[in-house]
Design a protein around this ligand. Structure first.
Ligand SMILES: Nc1ncnc2c1ncn2[C@@H]1O[C@H](COP(=O)(O)OP(=O)(O)O)[C@@H](O)[C@H]1O
Ligand SMILES: [Mg+2]
Ligand SMILES: [Zn+2]
Length: 335
């Protein structure tokens, strides 16, 4: 495909520098060498600079004086709502929730996209059963998302191999994130779901300060060790004035696949209690079930591969609450 070739050629244009190594199929590995890479880590070709207007011509900068120097929020073209799925901890089910939530909302007649903001540990390619390099738009300055199950996806994992580590310092990561935020051709979307990395660091700050988030879904398991970090996540988003849509409790209830015996291996209702204490809405539970894990690993998210299962009901219930919050008017219309 010509645009993919153009994409590679663009990378080759970084003359005299070590090539961005994702052009090398044999040993995909990204390093921080080469200062140009700092400016354009994803190797998206640049447009020729537009000639500067003459002195005094052109409109005055639109940023009010008071706000200069502060990060400006820039909407993502064509996207109505953006939500982030976050938590303090890793391994609590953010990616699994993002994917199944996105699919459940897509099943409600919404155009949905999924952005993997986990640069170091991208999960979306595997979970959505997608691979391959994204093509470039005709204008060659934007990446075209890959689509599966009707959801458009973008991930750092499309640009590097599954086992290749991204060995980047913070600056490169932030620049790559900016490119993933603003140089992807999503087309018209009702909702973009962002699957966040764990923590309350650079990525979380960049995303909450650079794009207008309609809200955040906090995922936590019921153990104290996860809840402590979930609280930190909540407090961070509160500090930067991003609304919290609510809390999802993952893996509280375990249903034995053999005898259907129910137990609370990680404790009972901790995330629900925390939501109450922090005056947040509780969006629902997702039980711990080996089927969710196995199907996720195979790239067959439960919402599409087991549409009639109990698991899908959990995700659909959460999706309905999120949709009611983002589009309160539809709730009124259907009431
Ligand atoms: N409700 C669940 N039942 C069973 N396994 C789950 C459930 N939620 C997540 N998992 C599994 O737990 C692991 C971590 O989930 P993941 O979504 O990658 O977490 P995170 O994105 O927060 O790091 C994955 O193997 C996933 O399949
Ligand atoms: Mg994840
Ligand atoms: Zn059993």
């Amino acid at each position: 495909m010509s645009s993919t070739i153009a994409f590679r050629r663009a990378a080759l244009r970084l003359e005299g520098r070590p090539l961005p190594l994702w052009t090398c199929k044999a040993k995909r590995f990204i390093s921080t060498s080469g200062s140009i890479l700092h400016e354009n880590p994803l190797g998206i070709p640049r447009k020729p600079p537009t000639p500067a207007p003459g002195r005094g011509s052109g409109p005055a900068p639109s940023i009010p004086r008071m706000q200069r120097g502060l990060p400006q929020k820039m909407p993502i073209k064509g996207v109505k709502h953006i939500i982030a799925v976050a938590s303090g901890k890793g391994g609590v089910g953010k990616s699994t929730t993002s994917v199944n939530l996105a699919l459940a909302i897509a099943g409600m007649n919404k155009r949905v996209g999924l952005l993997d903001a986990d640069i170091f540990g991208p999960s979306i390619p595997r979970l959505m059963n997608l691979s391959g390099e994204p093509e470039l738009t005709g204008t060659e300055d934007r990446l075209v998302p890959l689509t599966n199950f009707g959801v458009k996806c973008m991930s750092m994992g499309f640009l590097v191999g599954e086992e290749a580590p991204v060995v980047w310092r913070g600056l490169m990561v932030m620049k790559a994130l900016q490119q993933l935020l603003h140089q992807v051709e999503w087309g018209d979307l009702d909702l973009l779901v962002i699957d966040m990395p764990p923590g309350t660091g650079d990525t979380q700050l960049t995303i909450s300060q650079q794009i207008p988030l309609s809200g955040v879904v906090i995922v936590s398991t019921p153990q104290d060790i996860a809840l402590i970090d979930a609280r930190k996540g909540v407090n961070m988003f509160k500090k930067v004035n991003v609304p919290i849509l609510g809390v999802v409790q993952n893996m509280s209830l375990h249903v034995c696949p053999n005898c259907n015996h129910e137990s609370h291996i990680f404790g009972d209702g901790g995330a629900e209690r925390t939501a109450k204490e922090m005056e947040l809405d509780f969006l629902g539970d997702v039980a711990l079930h080996s089927e969710i894990c196995q199907l996720s690993d195979k790239g067959q998210p439960v919402v599409v591969s087991r549409p009639d299962s109990k698991h899908t009901q959990y995700y659909k219930a959460i999706a309905s609450k999120v949709v009611a919050k983002l589009w309160p008017e539809t709730k009124l219309a259907s009431a």
